[in-house]
Design a binder for this molecule. Structure first.
Ligand SMILES: Nc1ncnc2c1ncn2[C@@H]1O[C@H](COP(=O)(O)OP(=O)(O)OP(=O)(O)O)[C@@H](O)[C@H]1O
Ligand SMILES: [Mg+2]
Length: 356
């Protein structure tokens, strides 16, 4: 489902641009402050309905304007076109339209334009809270098993009710257990199945990218491997009552990347951490495209600039090999000499010039 047309209006320093990206690797290069990351932000908006940059960078909407509008045309395999339009207003509202119809669920957007973004900060997921890592894995699960959205919603609602009851009316708290057990057990099963596919591909990619074969993924499902979720929740009733929250279940799951039992971020260099995260993304994209025929779009901001020449060439070639639509930014056109991008765009002062 490559993006065949992209229009951006009033987003950061971009006033009004239109580009026709190529179906494989699109290179966006240009100086600092040119607008490269802003273009990735606009594409991300089309698939996720929000920016991937934190609020510290300031408003997405161009200073002095009241609204930003992004429009994208997706070319489907059967030649059908999906058209996504998204606008955000200064007052905080967002409007999303797919083929002219208003859409309120972000999961509909994510299904129409699945995408992932890899930035120089993505490796922070290794050290941040487990919620970030669960979200990463659940993105992958979602594109193989859409049902996880329903399971996760059911689970989250019941968990919220149970936690509130543990504090306010303990006698009613355990009435939520059957919903938690039913949905939680299934969430765990789909995550596990997904990781079974991900791990060997991840190992292959880390071997290629950093030449190590001792990097492992340690999945902790959120309760002991020796008991069922029903047994675990029953056994910990008293603990839950004392603490006032549910201490066991897939909401406590974690996925740690390790070397010899140690968190990988304590063993390898920062550049190597970035390559490990890149390997995870490459593995995830591969599964999405082979298992579910979803062709996720990959956005990569500045990463190649942080890699040495040899690693950069390996990474770029792995990307090309995935055969997905990729948007990759960089300051120096020459950093990409290891590959032949399908389209090259020079970004300058919020404008874009096609170079091939
Ligand atoms: N709301 C806004 N209105 C106008 N300009 C903005 C707004 N927010 C950010 N900018 C400016 O937009 C420009 C483009 O930023 P962007 O982060 O896209 O640049 P970049 O090409 O990715 O640069 P770098 O190579 O440094 O990462 C910057 O000069 C930034 O100051
Ligand atoms: Mg940038």
């Amino acid at each position: 489902m490559p993006l065949s047309l992209l229009r951006i209006r009033h987003l950061r320093n971009i006033q009004n641009i239109e580009i026709e990206p190529g179906a494989s690797l699109n290179l966006l290069w240009g100086g600092n402050g040119a607008g490269k990351t802003s273009i990735l932000e606009a594409i991300y908006l089309l698939g996720r309905g929000r920016s991937f940059r934190g609020t510290e960078i300031g408003p997405l909407i161009t200073t002095g304007k009241g609204e930003t509008v992004v429009f994208g045309k997706l070319l489907e395999e059967d030649n059908k076109r999906d058209i996504i339009g998204i606008s955000k207003q200064l007052k905080g509202t967002t409007q999303i339209r797919i083929n002219g119809t208003a859409v309120s669920r972000l999961s509909t957007l994510a299904q129409t334009l699945p995408l992932q973004v890899l930035t120089p900060k993505s490796h922070e997921i290794l050290e941040r809270g487990s919620a970030y890592r669960r979200r990463f894995i659940d993105w992958g699960v979602f594109h193989v098993e859409h049902n996880i959205i329903k399971l996760a919603n059911n689970y989250a609602k019941a968990l919220k009710q149970r936690n509130a009851a543990l504090r306010r009316s303990p006698q009613t708290a355990f009435a939520w257990d059957s919903i938690l057990i039913e949905n939680g057990t299934q969430i765990e099963a789909v995550r596990r199945q997904y990781l079974e596919k991900l791990i060997p591909i991840f190992s292959d990619k880390t071997e290629k990218l950093i030449g190590r074969s001792d990097i492992t993924i340690n999945y902790r499902r959120g309760w002991s491997e020796n008991e069922s979720y029903a047994e675990s929740i029953k056994r910990r009733e008293r603990d839950d009552l004392n603490r006032g929250f549910t201490g066991t279940g897939p909401h406590r799951a974690d996925i740690r990347v390790e070397i010899a039992g140690l968190p990988v971020e304590r063993v390898v260099s920062r550049g190597e951490q970035k390559l490990i995260i890149a390997a995870l993304y490459l593995a995830q994209a591969k599964i999405a495209s082979t298992e579910s025929r979803v062709k996720p779009l990959i956005l990569i901001d500045d990463l190649p600039a942080e890699l040495d020449e040899e690693k950069r060439a390996v990474f770029l070639n792995e990307l090309v090999y995935l055969n997905l639509q990729v948007f990759i930014t960089g300051i120096d056109r020459n950093s990409f000499s290891a590959i032949t991008p399908s389209s090259v765009f020079h970004v300058k002062h919020g404008e874009v010039f096609r170079e091939n």
